[in-house]
Design a protein around this ligand. Sequence first.
Ligand code: NAD
Ligand code: DAU
Length: 352
Amino acid sequence: MTLLVTGGAGFIGSNFVLDWLRQSDEPIVNLDALTYAGNLENLKSLDGDARHHFVKGDIGDRALVDQLLATHRPRAIVHFAAESHVDRSIHGPGAFMKTNVDGTFTLLEAARAYWGALDADAKAAFRFHHVSTDEVYGSLKPEDPPFAETHPYEPNSPYSASKAASDHLVRAWHHTYGLPVLTTNCSNNYGPYHFPEKLIPLMIVNALAGKPLPVYGDGQQIRDWLYVTDHCSGIRAVLAGGRVGETYNIGGWNEKANIDIVNTVCALLDELRPSADGPYARLITYVKDRPGHDRRYAIDARKIERELGWRPAETFETGIRKTVQWYLDHPEWVARVQSGAYRDWVSTQYGA
Ligand code: NAD
Ligand code: DAU
């Protein structure tokens, strides 16, 4: 029994791999292209662990994916690999189409060929688990109910449009070819190993460096925050018991305005690492808004709870405290991400 994980050196993928191997001896083959967002240092604790087999490569490389499937015979693919940052998608949408749309297409085709040749038992047990986002549903008004799985797709950014396209491909490969797929649409994650281009880690590292804390627009946009290991446990639950062809929303029941998130981070830093220059909130700086900025996301996570008994283990208060503490405890990780030195890890560790 083996899992093929794509994008397992990124933020959520590396948390998933670490979490999986803390609870299971089922090996993971981890296919990751190591873009700027991939960081093998996240997986340093698995060095020498035979259960983790890392392969640097692109999900769009059909020959490589075919070879990995033929060699390792996984019982499931858990597909995280993606371009994931909305701001980057606004500046350069091409990479998002290439990986999120074309890459997912290639992976589905490789999976279909592999799955089609399995014996009946293995075929019935196989799963293609597609990890997606709540952003595919668009933006909510203040009075709207949270996104249920039946909400229409209304993506607004190049990123969310590319993820919506990938969700549609996954759905079609099930309906047309019978590929046993599962899709999860999750809200905003936070926690260890989060690349500091995203709101929470950016605020922590900027505050510690005495730099401005850039809040887009009026700071009143709302996101539903989920601690990353809760996302991992949600994926495990769906992979184990989710109904084939279904989608499951995963969320934290934690709707917060961005400015409240930033103030919470500042207050925690004031407590845990006070600055001689005064409260960190002095660094909050309102800046030009993100074009097409979605106002509110919120997840109705009742289906996964009803069918699979999943609920998040962390509250926002426990999760954000752990997160801020993790960044304080790992200054070398932060420094190497900021300097770019983390990108040398592969050659340092594995040679040319
Ligand atoms: P991330 O940007 O931190 O990591 C993405 C990983 O994919 C990186 O390791 C990168 O090297 C790898 N990758 C990119 N292109 C690749 C390619 N062509 N081939 C192989 N590997 C490639 O992203 P994340 O925040 O960990 O998100 C993981 C997945 O979860 C994505 O599919 C994202 O859409 C989804 N998601 C993220 C969030 C969130 O809050 N971060 C919430 C819901 C869903
Ligand atoms: O909802 C799930 C999505 O959450 C995932 O699919 C994406 O991969 C993930 O990046 C995240 O998208 P967001 O755009 O919500 O995350 P980000 O951290 O970029 O921004 C969160 C909010 O904070 C958003 O309203 C924009 C705002 N923001 C962000 C940054 C980086 C700021 O105000 N200032 C900032 O500097």
